[in-house]
Design a protein. Sequence first.
Length: 400
Amino acid sequence: MHDMNNEDVEKTLDDINKMAKIEKIHEGDSYFDKLADEVEIEIRDVLKHEEVLNKQLEEGTSISKSKVFRLKEGQNLMFDFPPHFLVPDRGNLVDFNENIAVKVITPKKKKRKLSAKERERRKLNLLFYKFGRSVALAVMLFALGMIGEQIYGYVADHEHMIRIREQYNIGKGSLIEVTPDREIPEYPMATPPRITYPQVATLQSLLENEARNSDFVMWLYGEGAEIDYYVLQANDNEFYLKRDIDKEHRSSGSLFLDYRNRPERISSSGKDNKIGSNNIIYGHNMRNGNMFGKLKYYQKEEVFFKHQYLYTYTKEGVTVWKIFSAYETTTDDYYIQTYFSTPEAFLKFARGLQKKSVVKTDIVLSSRDDILTLSTCHRYNYNDGRFVVHAVKVGTAPIN
């Protein structure tokens, strides 16, 4: 190997500087200075062993030389050794390069020691995480419980009504003709044909329901909204919101007549009326369709005209009602008025109800008509929304 003086060493270091690619992160240029010093020391070690290398070349011994560079965290080094200071003049460059091993050692990332403030912050974050997870779990369990309770309530309510109908043998039977006893203007309206009613309840079943609960008033039936329930009346409009005929808690409550109404107006013929009446029945809008859950179906013309009659059954007789109005409104609309000072005031009120209907009819109302109003919550467009159906009494018949 040829001799290398200080100038050769400096030239070699310059070549190293050009061929090395170093990503300096923490210590900047100072790291490269240290690296150059290490390389210079190793070059001098090679020069000292010149005779050993020459002897290995003459004997054909494989040359093996390792270079070890320890990189600091975040640094990257790609290094090629200049051949003119490692390979002697008489050597085989290819063989020599194949026996050079460059090993780069990257130290393991040291775990940074956290300050007391940061440790406290992490503890708080962990605490908030655990608390949030607990709250989310509690909310989920609560929601599942509420859903389960609601489903159970729907099933229980449905089974309750089935038991009532079966116990008192209540169900749609044969159709019975009724002679209309409502005065109809002769012109331009033609005299309506005879009407019929389904034999849903019997006098015996009504008396048994009354014996079960003295608040029992009637049985209400309407095919359009699948209404087939008993109707009660208390001293206020809240008692039966969540109670059944046995006065036990039930999520769907019961249908009930407004406490201001007189039940006898339901079954009377109305011929002796001086002023009409507005008789209001309330019921919950259940999501499973029970009670008044399908009352909104009457806003569709095909349902409205196909199932335009409602039927009430009392021990005094059967009353047939013909629907003349159905619409959505709010509690600001006082459609539940029950007192009228004059016949003219009632007629104005009744005609106002008819004008609100989404389905128009040609029914002519009078100042002595009895009206049946069905009301339920309807919060689709308004927070205090209601859906209302009005029907006028068109006939009565004895109960069998």
